[in-house]
Design a binder for this molecule. Sequence first.
Ligand SMILES: *[C@@H]1O[C@H](CO)[C@@H](O)[C@H](O)[C@H]1NC(C)=O
Length: 462
Amino acid sequence: MKLFHSLLAPPALVAGLVPSIFAQIVNYTPSKGRGVSYSVNVPEDTASAGSGPIYIQVKGPSHLKWIALGQGNRMNLGNNFIVYSGSGDNNVTLSSRRATGPVEPLYTPDIEAYLLDGSGISDGMMTANIRCDNCMFLHDGRSAVGAHSEWIWAATHGEALNTNDVSAKLYQHDWHGIFSLDLTKAVGGSSDNPFLRSESHSYTTIDYTSMSKQQQIDDTVLHKKRIAHGSLSAIAFVLLFPNSALSLYFYPSRRTVTWIHAPLQIFAAIVALGGLAIGASVSRDVQGVRNYHPIIGYIVTLGIVFVQPALGIVQHLRFRKTGEKTLFGLAHRYLGRFFMAFGIINGGLGFKYACTKTPDVPLAAKYSYGFIVGSQVAIYVLVIIWRRWRNKKSESQAAGDSEAPVVKDSKDSQSPGVTVVSDYSGKMGMKTVAISRSNETLWSNGTGETLHPGYSNSRAAN
Ligand SMILES: *[C@@H]1O[C@H](CO)[C@@H](O)[C@H](O)[C@H]1NC(C)=O
């Protein structure tokens, strides 16, 4: 069938460029665009030559401050056309701009784009009929006009600019989006102003909106999502996870595990998952799903939310049964630190990542993050050093006075490096085992050697 088709079709059709007879203007009207609409026509001659003028119409309510259309799915990929009210003559200003990054694009005379008749402001609508003579290719050399032609749009409300200055300051947009057009459907005709009313009889417009691969973003909502994502993730990784881990060093007891550590970490995990969910939505909005920041975020959050509780629970159950510190506990401790550290670093990377997507990341947020991270790391390290020092102290007291058991609750304690029993026995490491629960309990390293007869298990005695 395909072969048959190819044999009969003229070469240009095989190339996908010959129009269907009546469909020569393709239109897109974003549902959240407050009435803005964009149309494109590729004249027959341009299509067959692969170069030449194309026609673009940008239209929208005149209460908008400006309306923009850009080629490619990012501002820095192609030519951008920004349309706003001119000074006084009921006409619009066309500012053709290029961008080097996510910052405001700058006017450039290199874009050969011109306003045509029919442009102007009337009946509450701004209309720009544009001819562009060098709009066939994106800056990276790809065609801008194929069957999967990608475009971006943006609009913002605010007071009319009323200026002919093509470099007017725009600030950020209120809504923006990406859409695709099948521009093979936009090929046809030879008018030098296809959007003029007098030409309309020879053109048919296809509303491509429902077929478009599109994404529409309310920038106010996106802004809130970004702040919520950053705040929740930072609170979870910088404050909740580390301090909940430290609770074991402050109050080393089994009750700390079940009544403080576990509930706090569950809460922290919920906060982190909330941050992740919002972050995932942000990464879709900014077209950055495959970026390093979201990927690290997924790994770290899922690790901390699923692996850590599993290891912690296994360790806790084993400990209750045998009093042993297991490899699970060790893994729980070090993986926890690893995940926290990576999460915190990824927070820093998040600022870097955000700056590649938007220019408005406040410096104060970066500095506060750095400051809070620094303080938290200092607290974490100091508490661990303090606990080691406390344990050493009790240990030497215990060694000096065998009548006074220092660790009241040693059997209960799973806290890392915390129990006098395990700490005292730097030589015993993980082999520390309570061999009996009776009053005569002695602590042993598993070799049968009695380590310190001064330690009685006060809990077993209760
Ligand atoms: C607006 O300017 C363009 C380009 O100069 C012109 O062709 C068009 O007729 C003008 N529109 C009005 C309403 O004056």
